[in-house]
Design a protein around this ligand. Structure first.
Ligand code: SF4
Length: 368
């Protein structure tokens, strides 16, 4: 699922001890240029991300946050805003907060939760209900302290996620081991991805808590925009392009290229799945990957470019496969308003569903 991560502001009042964001004073007042999102919308050509994360530093410091949120709505299905729980009260702009789908409160310690939990009541009393407690788990925090923080958040009926600072590797394995020894804890199965990470559900006295367990780099489809308008796949991957020089090709490569950085200490599976049709014809993994990209990009050429393969190569392969299967896989629409679009046939859509399920099942088994 394609994910957009945007940092509108370089200024913050969070005071988290393990903060990794140090942008310095440059453009602190203005924040992210609106033109950067205009340019993105223009190049996306009706493509939509599944989710946008408006990430800290505190987005509410951006003077035109409302405009940013309106633009994000046009290019993303869902918007989550990350706010430090120690946010300065007079910054709480209800109008902006009403426009997002989820408010995620970043909680760096038990003390910051205890001192600032009143904020939750303030938000709820303003009718803002979809609030998540994002309990930071980094090398400074022990499992018992994290559990106390969770207990505090449970009292307010908050959705709870335990995870690292964004783009840092999760340090949750010790926490899971700690929970495994507790009678009041039940460890659920891996259920998929949340934000940038693989996630599992744990039940603490039957209260569901999401724990982010590993980098979701297997099929990372993300785009990152920093407060100065530089685009990249992620802040860890150094190659970045300023919005004034951004092209649709560069954008496509950023979102759909494989994760270039293996910053995880653990092994990460690279999965190649092929499917066999009833008549014994094999549909190889690169074709399945191409079909997945055509589904997202609605363009055969765009999908080939994202895979770095000349369209002629794949065209031959697709035509041969269609003959062997006795059915078509792609529908290309030429001319008129929908000029140059490519769609999957019903059969190809079924293949893609099988492919996605197989990938999910393998990853679930791998992380069990
Ligand atoms: S809220 Fe984010 S940017 Fe602000 S101090 Fe905490 S980690 Fe850093």
């Amino acid at each position: 699922m394609p994910l957009l991560v945007v940092q509108p502001s370089s200024k913050c009042d969070g005071g988290c001890s393990s903060c990794r964001w140090n942008f310095g004073p440059r453009n602190e007042k203005e924040g992210l240029p609106i033109e950067a999102l205009d340019r993105l919308k223009e190049l996306l050509n009706n493509f939509k991300f599944d989710e946008c994360i408006l990430l800290c530093p505190n987005p509410l410091f951006h003077p035109k946050l409302d405009i940013i949120i309106d633009l994000i709505h046009e290019i993303c299905e869902k918007t989550t805003i990350f706010l430090p729980i120690s946010i300065t009260r007079n910054l709480l702009n209800r109008k902006s907060l009403e426009k997002v789908d989820v408010i995620s409160l970043l909680i760096p310690s038990y003390d910051s939760a205890k001192v600032n939990i009143q904020l939750v009541k303030t938000l709820v009393s303003q009718g803002l209900e979809d609030i998540e407690a994002y309990v930071l788990l980094d090398s400074n925090r022990g499992s018992a302290e994290v559990l106390s923080t969770i207990d505090l958040c449970k009292r307010y009926g908050l959705k709870i996620t335990v995870g690292p600072m964004f783009y840092d590797p999760p340090r949750t394995s010790k926490f899971i081991e700690y929970l495994e020894k507790r009678e009041d804890a039940e460890i659920g199965l891996r259920y998929g991805k949340k934000y940038l990470y693989n996630a599992i559900k744990v039940f603490l006295k039957d209260y569901p808590v999401t724990v982010l367990t590993s980098n979701g780099i297997e099929d990372c489809r993300t785009l990152y925009i920093d407060p100065y308008g530089y685009f990249s796949k992620c802040p860890t991957y150094g190659k970045k392009v300023h919005f004034q020089n951004l092209t649709s090709d560069a954008l496509r490569k950023m979102v759909f290229s494989r994760c270039p950085v293996d910053n995880s200490v653990m092994l990460s599976p690279r999965i190649h799945i092929s499917l066999v049709a009833k008549n014994g014809v094999e549909i190889p993994s690169d074709v399945l990957e191409l079909l997945e990209l055509v589904f997202w990009l609605k363009s055969f050429r765009g999908a080939c470019r994202a895979m770095g393969v000349p369209p002629s190569t794949f065209w031959e392969k697709i035509k041969t496969l269609e003959k062997e299967l006795g059915t078509t896989l792609l529908i290309s629409v030429r001319g008129g308003r929908k000029r140059g679009k490519t769609a999957l046939t019903e059969f190809a859509q079924k293949l893609l569903n099988e492919y996605a399920n197989a990938k999910k099942n393998i990853l679930t088994a791998f992380y069990k």
